[in-house]
Design a protein around this ligand. Sequence first.
Ligand code: SAM
Length: 275
Amino acid sequence: MSGTLYIVATPIGNLEDLSPRARRTLADVALIAAEDTRHTGRLLSHIGVQTALKSLHEHNEAAVVGSILAILENGDSVALVSDAGTPLLSDPGYRLVVEAHARGIDVSPVPGPSALTAALSVAGLPTDRFCFEGFLPAKSAARMNALRSLANETRTMVFYESVHRIDALLADLESVFGPDRMAVIARELTKLHEQIVPGTLVDLGARLARDEIPRKGEFVVVLHGGEAAAEPAIADALALELAAVLPVKQAAAIVAKVTGARRNDVYQKLLAAKK
Ligand code: SAM
């Protein structure tokens, strides 16, 4: 019988957020795979746990997965933690979980803090549907491309950002989604200087510039989704009217731009209608 791979969430700032089950799991397993063993070592000494640690981070994951799987296949259980919050959410562990499943090893969550759910829970923006975008690319052109691909997104969007790029992210969000789009900056969640600031993108950018939102610590930006695209029936009718006076390709391009529909979908529909 294999052991179990536990995916254990740890605090994102406030140590009291470590659950009793997380503590017990960390104490009971044979090994803890940790993103930064010194960082997790401090957490373990705070909670009086002495389990052995092994480093598993972005740059060595491929190399160490085999030895962790061997321990699991030998019947011992292992916990995976990251520096803060829930592993695999913009944190290492994906390859380990995939490989564990492939070998029929049980993978079990010990859920708890994440900046994603913490920010969503206080943002006051729709949470019935949302998408997690994590960190956007650091380079400006790639970041703008990623944001343009979200231009028609109607779900609430969640972005992680570092202090170094928070101003640039706000500026880019404003240029793609417009100054009046509502958003929330969640800074230093669960920590001493926690700040939850709702506002329009232009307002939030100005508050950052005035240092009312200090450029210190960790940030999540939650962005309101856009208005839903026009009703499909209206979009179809519009497409047919346009295709009567314009080439089909051009009609499809206009309808896609106005309604947010995919250009190729409109084009294919128009071709079918013409037949
Ligand atoms: N796995 C973590 C989780 O579940 O939230 C996220 C790890 S990711 C490497 C770190 C990013 O998460 C930070 O740059 C920030 O965007 C966000 N974050 C983590 N802790 C935070 C906090 N206390 N307040 C605000 N954002 C936080």
